[in-house]
Design a protein around this ligand. Sequence first.
Ligand code: C2O
Ligand code: CU
Length: 431
Amino acid sequence: MNRRDFLITASAAALAPQVSFARSQFELVAEPVEAQILPAEEYAATQSFGFNGGLPGPEIRTRQGHPLEVLLRNKLNEGTAVHWHGIRLPNAMDGVPVLTQKIVDPDATHTYQFSPPDAGTFWYHSHYLSHEQVARGLMGPLIIEEATPPDVDHDITAVLADWRLDQNGQLTDDFATMHDIAHGGRMGNFARAFLPDVPLKTGERIRLRLINAATDRIFPLNLSGIKGKIVALDGMPLTAARDFETIELAPAQRVDIIADVESTLEIAMATRGGSYPLGQIDPVGSTEPRTIPIPVLSPNEVPRPGDVAQELVLTMQGGAMGGRHGGDNIWAFNDLSDMQPAPFASFSRGETARLRLVNETSFPHGIHLHGHHFYEVQSDGTLGDLRDTSLVPAGETQDILCVFDNPGKWMLHCHMLSHQAGGMKTWVEVL
Ligand code: C2O
Ligand code: CU
């Protein structure tokens, strides 16, 4: 099945009547694929990696709280593993070699089973040599539906990514060069939003789920042709729908928007020179718009922070001009690069901790904690957004509050995957 067939199937599935099922089962085949990333009129397909014959991988869609089972079959010539980004799942299902599982060897299979506790927009991606495997396309959307989804006409997932392609549209294999690692990461020279073919009408209400699956690029996004509000970040509903102009989406972050269609839906990246188009959907008719306001999504049950039991400082160091050298040692947290035998911190189950994320470097970093969501603390000390990935600009500090209630060994790393490859990663333990 090629990518286009898949997307058509996926959007049709999204519109099909809801059936309830005891267990959702999916098979993900990691394999070499040929994908039409660049326009077909001018370019050949790109030889790359993907799932089930295409890239991004198929949209896995299931219901909040329902058991999900995914059989991963590795048909690559190298190992892999799949991480379910943002899902608060049992540690053994987290997909992180070698912290939580063994590498899935070529021709081997691995079964993941969990019941996603939160409804929202999530994604899955390789967590083995991820700066390279995600850049090649081993990623896809994971959509967890609410028991009662909001009233919209279309539920549209847009996966954003970028590629570094040569004249023939083929991926350059300059992964993890010292220069890319030490700077902003490996940026593509071509970016796009993968959008389904949806028969959109002006006047219709849509839910638009944007997922930044790029390895290193922060997307400043402009959306046009729709009028609406942000209703969720990183899968977690906002308590009040929020207006937006430009949306800044760090690698791995997601944003959900509910909006009414006014004209051609266009997703563009704001650039210094203007605007770089990522994708669009042209309306094919019109209908009367709704008069009721944009709804608020019902919250997921995430524990509220209690008294702070531990205060920790995580200082980001290194990079170009950062005075560290060599290999996977270019970036560090608190002077330590790469995975260490001992965790960065240990928590007793259920304890609240405050982490001060201090960015001493000249580059922004998107810090991701596995297995939990956390609150960003606002400058006035109040609780801000609930996230799983926090973008900390160069030279700035972001406090986060987290209830460490999920037992196991959890990675804490920069989601600029070139920085992760350059050593900006550690882990915490919840006992
Ligand atoms: Cu989205 Cu450690 O990963
Ligand atoms: Cu980083």
